[in-house]
Ligand binder design. Structure first.
Ligand code: S3P
Length: 169
């Protein structure tokens, strides 16, 4: 197995963890949102605005498919990638899916401090409530990941078991 797909809610730490993991493994790191923005020459927020969510999801799926031919890389997905079409199943076919299960209060603190514009989150509604709702909707998809990393498990310990798993797959 030469690819890892990191899934989880916005603010769960996918990009940060993905960079760390790729460094530990000596693999490349790909941020799916950045891959889309670079190739489409538009921000994620602009794509949402011009195409609507469904249009954005089609484009996201197109770039996800591009990553299936990559070798030795850790892909950080968008929070909604696993919940669209058969993305989760396809990621599982091409790589090891890892769900970053981060505590919701921690996610709220991070998103509050974040400067990234996330079109799905509305400024005029309670952030905590929106995260709860998103978690309800998305958890069934995230939970299909082959590996679940409960973020209170120490990083090095997690890495050792992941490394063993990669050798088996
Ligand atoms: C989204 C999460 C974002 C980005 C887009 C939609 C979502 O990525 O793909 O704004 O539906 O949860 P992050 O999870 O990296 O914030």
């Amino acid at each position: 197995m030469d690819k890892i797909y990191l899934v989880g809610l916005p603010g769960s730490g996918k990009s940060h963890t993905g960079k760390w993991l790729s460094h530990k493994l000596g693999w490349d790191f790909v941020d799916l949102d950045e891959l889309i923005e670079k190739n489409e020459k538009k921000s994620i927020a602009d794509l949402f605005e011009t195409l609507g969510e469904d249009g954005f999801r089609d484009i996201e799926q197109k770039y996800l498919t591009v990553t299936f031919s990559y070798k030795q890389c850790v892909v950080s997905c968008g929070g909604g990638t696993p919940a669209w079409s058969n993305n989760m199943e396809n990621m599982g076919r091409h790589g090891l899916t890892v769900y970053l299960n981060t505590e919701l209060g921690e996610i709220e603190r991070r998103l509050e401090a974040s400067k990234t514009l996330r079109p799905l989150l509305k400024h005029n509604q309670s952030l905590g409530k929106q995260i709860l709702e998103l978690n309800e909707k998305r958890r069934p998809y995230y939970s299909r990941a082959k590996v679940i990393w409960n973020r209170n498990e120490p990083s090095e310990q997690f890495f050792r078991s992941l490394d063993r798993l990669l050798a088996i797959y």
